[in-house]
Ligand binder design. Structure first.
Ligand SMILES: [Mg+2]
Length: 167
């Protein structure tokens, strides 16, 4: 079978959509997490709403997690510490060494691990090259732009839907 190097295995709205059922159904015990636009907005010192609670839920399910970010240690360390996550900075995705190291350190087989991130050319490629399933999430920053908000507003007016509980 031809390798689809740009193709994610799963495509989800955000990390928050990764729940117990998804993990069980797909036999997942470990997550290699991107940081910028996956756990927080790019450069934001705080995680997005719900992320800390989601991490606690993952921990309670026994899921191993590690951040692999292409960003610098200066950027990654403070938020990783706040979230209680071990990390690799300067991860150089789509190269595989950062991801491979994370998997080794978590001690979970690649077959039970997912690489999770918002970028095809870094996160998804790194996972595919390392032979690990991937989850592509929509970057948080998209939801913060005025055009996105306007689009949601128009959608809710047109379809009479309340999107507040989706955000
Ligand atoms: Mg990212």
């Amino acid at each position: 079978m031809k390798t689809m190097i740009f193709k994610p295995t799963y495509w989800l709205k955000s990390v928050l959509a990764i729940d117990e059922e998804f993990l069980k159904m797909n036999r997942v015990r470990a997550l290699v997490l991107d940081m910028d636009n996956t756990l927080s907005m790019h450069g934001d010192p705080a995680a997005e709403d719900g992320v800390a609670e989601w991490l606690d839920k993952m921990r309670s399910l026994g899921i191993n997690m590690r951040v692999v970010s292409n960003n610098t240690k200066k950027r990654v360390a403070p938020l990783a510490a706040k979230l209680g996550l071990p990390f690799t900075a300067n991860g150089a995705k789509p190269l595989t060494f950062g991801v491979n190291r994370a998997v080794r350190e978590m001690g979970v087989p690649k077959s039970e691990t997912l690489v999770v991130g918002d970028q095809i050319f870094t996160d998804v490629m790194a996972g595919n090259l390392a032979g690990i399933r991937t989850v592509l999430v929509e970057p948080f920053r998209l939801e913060k732009t005025w055009t996105f908000r306007l689009k949601r507003k128009v959608e809710s007016l047109v379809f009479h839907r309340n999107y507040d509980d989706l955000l």
